[in-house]
Write a protein that binds this ligand. Structure first.
Ligand SMILES: CCCCCCCC/C=C\CCCCCCCC(=O)NCC(=O)O
Length: 571
């Protein structure tokens, strides 16, 4: 009788799994067909951009291609360069950058028409050119752009074009900028690599086996491979700063309070306390400054979205020569960065001291706990929303580790955590990061609010204007590492949790000596081992540092980034 019951149970279970499996297989076939269709659409958009760029004579293209941001901007303003020539040049540049990096999702065909319309308007001598007149700009794929998909790497979200531009895109268009290309992201956005089943994997321009970072990895790859002068990324845990640090570019995530989030679809909707924001990415801090100075010149954003406080660009703070007190740390007490990332901070510290600033040791309190709060609050529902979406999709193999973690029921995670803690305390610490209940989640929200107050108190009491620290724990990693090494986001996630402005600027490159020093680096747990292994073979790779300031102090953050950049490059 018992045997019969057991066999019946097995048969029911088997039938259930067979049904689940065959439905999923059928769905995978359907999804693959959609991917093929989308890739054909992308190939067609590349062909369009190529044909358009070929309409421009080589001499003009090479002349425009060699221009820096301000030169191109001035040329467009003075009428020496037409908008259509600028767009066609950047179509061509993005095509070659894309061949190297696979950073482009779609070329924006309408860019041609928008450029021609602006050129037509400019024929009228009375016409007042807007400040970003004719400037080609790249957009991270998830930035709402009318007529284009914001898939965030999910096949199920393809062929669902957005009906209305987001507030930022509306503003860019009004100011004369021309979005000409959408750039790649990791599936779900919640990773710092850059791969998805729709558009594939984006590579680091210096090494195909490494990631250009994420989630704004399409932007960083395109910009560093010279396919864009200025792009818009987004950041909820490092997605602007890590790709910039990996590729030697520079970008800033303003506090989320300074941009509109109307119509923006983040990685996890309904996430109240870990704030994501758009921000500029480019090769020069001054390009980012010019962009923010322009979009914050007036209260237009607030007029479109009453939730954005009417705070305009503070030129006085950016241009100020007041000497600052800057807290710095090379190690947050949770994840000791590889030696080269520590060296970068010390070099930036020296540059700032040479400029007359006072640098004092300052480590934010209890970072291991902060990272747990960050992970709990960034996922909100322990990964349920994302798991559901992923199970209804083709899952990118580079995201497998993270997906598996989200799939393990939280009570089992807790049980495993209690055992693993004994052998690997750091792993154990994060294995109970996901929430088990709304009570726990509410408590975490309360803890985050308390932490914000505590940090505000510390900074005010110690009169600290800004913080300087590593962006992350290593140089650009192999594609597969970020989904295993989410523990390395402690340096960036903390500033989303605090909702500070935070930017990344290049300071140095990995040297032979750094590789030698790496051999003495920790290996005490799998995360350290992964960071160490992934850092081998990176001589010549760029290393950035991070500058962070409280909300509404973006201008001070940019000022410090610019001073570091000047100290490093001499210009
Ligand atoms: C058993 C352990 C359970 C822990 C599972 C945690 C899985 C990892 C979850 C989150 C990793 C967060 C990484 C954040 C990277 C930065 C992403 C970013 O800024 N994205 C932008 C956006 O989402 O808009």
């Amino acid at each position: 009788m018992l045997l019969l019951l057991f066999t019946a149970c097995l048969a029911i279970l088997g039938a259930y799994f067979y049904r689940f499996w065959s439905t999923r297989q059928k769905r995978q076939v359907e999804l693959q067909k959609i991917v093929d269709k989308k890739r054909a659409q992308r190939a067609e958009s590349v062909k369009f951009a190529k044909e358009s760029s070929e309409k421009l004579d080589k001499e003009t293209r090479l002349k425009i291609a060699a221009m820096e941001y301000s030169e191109l901007k001035d040329g467009l303003q003075s009428g020496k360069i037409t908008c259509i020539d600028a767009v066609r040049t950047y179509y061509a540049k993005a095509i070659s950058a894309n061949e190297k990096t696979n950073s482009v999702c779609m070329f924006v065909k309408e860019a041609e028409k928008w450029a021609m319309d602006w050129d037509e308007k400019a024929k009228d001598p009375q016409f007042q050119k807007p400040p970003l007149f004719g400037l080609p700009m790249s957009l991270k794929e998830c930035v709402p752009l009318e007529g284009y998909d914001q898939t965030r790497g999910f096949v199920q979200d393809t062929f669902r074009p957005t009906e209305t531009d987001g507030v930022l895109v509306q503003q860019l268009k009004k100011l004369g900028a021309i979005p000409y290309v959408q750039t790649n992201v990791p599936q779900s956005l919640l990773s710092y690599n850059c791969s998805n089943p729709v558009y594939g994997t984006t590579n680091h321009p210096m090494d195909k086996t490494r990631t250009s970072g994420g989630s704004s990895g399409g932007e960083s790859a395109l910009i560093s491979a010279d396919g864009s002068l200025l792009g818009i990324g987004g950041d909820v845990g490092g997605s602007i700063r890590i790709p910039c640090a990996y590729t030697g570019t520079t970008g800033i995530k303003p506090s989320h309070l300074r941009f509109s989030h109307r119509g923006v679809c983040g990685s996890v909707p309904g996430r109240p306390l870990i704030n994501s924001n758009d921000g500029p990415m480019s090769t020069r801090v001054e390009t980012n400054v010019d962009f923010l100075r322009t979009v914050w010149a007036d209260t237009w954003i607030t007029e479109q979205d009453p939730y954005v406080p009417p705070v305009t660009w503070n030129e006085e703070a950016y241009k100020s020569d007041k000497k600052l007190k800057i807290g710095y740390y090379v190690d947050d007490g949770w994840f000791t960065p590889t030696p080269v990332c520590q060296r970068a901070v010390m070099e930036a510290k020296q540059i700032l001291e040479d400029s007359g600033h006072t640098l004092v040791p300052f480590r934010p309190p209890r970072v291991p706990e902060v990272l747990r709060m960050f992970l709990r609050a960034v996922c909100v529902d322990a990964g349920t929303f994302l798991s559901k979406k992923l199970m209804n999709d083709i899952i990118d193999p580079l995201l497998y580790t993270q997906v598996v973690l989200w799939m393990v029921p939280v009570p089992i995670q807790r049980f495993l955590s209690s055992i693993i803690k004994v052998f690997f305390p750091r792993l154990g610490n994060l294995m109970d990061a996901m929430t088990l209940s709304t009570v726990e989640l509410r408590n975490t929200y309360a803890d985050i609010e308390a932490y914000r107050s505590e940090m505000a108190g510390l900074m005010v009491d110690q009169k600290i204007d800004a913080l300087l620290c590593p962006v992350t724990v290593s140089p650009a990693l192999p594609h597969v590492s970020p989904s295993k090494l989410f523990a390395g986001t402690s340096y960036t996630g903390i500033f989303n949790l605090l909702d500070y402005a935070a930017g990344s600027v290049n300071v140095t490159h990995v040297t032979k000596q750094d590789e030698l020093d790496l051999e003495d680096y920790e290996e005490s747990d799998p995360w350290y081992a992964l960071a160490k292994k992934g850092s081998r073979g990176t001589i010549g790779f760029p290393i950035g540092v991070q500058v962070a300031t409280p909300p509404y102090k973006e201008e001070t953050c940019l000022r410090i980034m610019r001073e570091i950049e000047r100290g490093v490059t001499g210009k």
